[in-house]
Design a binder for this molecule. Sequence first.
Ligand SMILES: Cc1cc2nc3c(=O)[nH]c(=O)nc-3n(C[C@H](O)[C@H](O)[C@H](O)COP(=O)(O)O)c2cc1C
Length: 366
Amino acid sequence: MSGLDGSGLSVYNGPMLSLRDLHLQVPAMLAPMAGVSDLPFRLMARKFGCPLAFAEMISAHALCLGNGRTNRFLESSSADRPLGIQLLGREPEHLRRAIDLVEPGSCDVIDLNAACPVRKVTRKGEGAALLKEPRLLSKLVALLVARASVPVTVKIRSGWDHSSVNAREIGKRIADAGADAVCVHGRTRSQGYGGRADLGVIRSVKEAVSIPVIASGDLFSAEAVDKMLRETGCDGVAIARGALGNPWIFLEIAAVYEKRPSPPRPGIEQLKAVMEEHLRLSVERHGEILGVIDFRKFFIWYTKGLQNARILRPKAVRVNTPDEMRSLIDELPNASLVRPASFGLPRVSIRPASGIGSTVDSGWPC
Ligand SMILES: Cc1cc2nc3c(=O)[nH]c(=O)nc-3n(C[C@H](O)[C@H](O)[C@H](O)COP(=O)(O)O)c2cc1C
């Protein structure tokens, strides 16, 4: 059980999250995010204690075709471990070959995506469409478990739509097929990002299976994480939008688990230093032009809640060189950073390099 006591200290007493030999002292991970979870973003999260990070989802088929762009998603570094790789696919042969290409030694967890709601994906029967084919999903999970030498997890949504919420049944099948954990985003495919994650559905999966269940949805603060674990009984959480421009969330979650008071929110100088480091890593990895373009969205997210930063955001999305971006960071007003535990991160255009492309109606891909 977990919970915040009156002083803001956690009363969490649960075990660490274990996926076979991978033991996470703090049961939180960086969720896969197409178009976002590149190496620089993951390294920034790790700097603030993220114990396990997922790379951008990879199409098993594209990997089999030897697509150079897809192979870039596998690029990592020694500081980028433990690392999760998420595969998208429905053809057993593609997934089998993809496992062989990804392994051995290059990652610590393999995840199968049965959650992506994007039409371009689901019309091929992949992602969340697998929720409508429980038998095929079981078969794919069993195949991955037999083939992979690392823990296998599966990411699902609560169901295809409100009339077919089947996460509990799907969760049982995934467990029976031998997966090491199941991650549940408590929204249906048709919900996209609307409404709120349904904690009841997540709890029903936890009650039905004996493998670890990882909860996902609306985890924008350590308090939200604590509430999620208390109300669902889940074993861990996957942080997605809550980590955009906010790597500090991992420090805050760790403080809850280690029964320490929450660390202070970053001051403006620390924020600028973190942004500059992220920009540097982005340029190092993607080159000057693409590195800056990729960083534009992070500028928007990092400055959420920063008073008087609004006038700089339209400039940030037009900046083309690292020097211009650094000047803009330098111009950030010396105002305190407020990041309430709320919904409504600024929406920016995300074009996942995976080619998944389109966004769901909320503006978020996947
Ligand atoms: C930009 C973005 C990209 C995403 N890409 C993926 C993905 O590739 N695979 C996946 O399983 N989920 C993906 N998701 C879903 C998240 O992993 C997570 O389940 C979802 O955002 C709910 O968590 P949140 O409310 O904390 O953001 C993505 C979410 C966002 C915002």
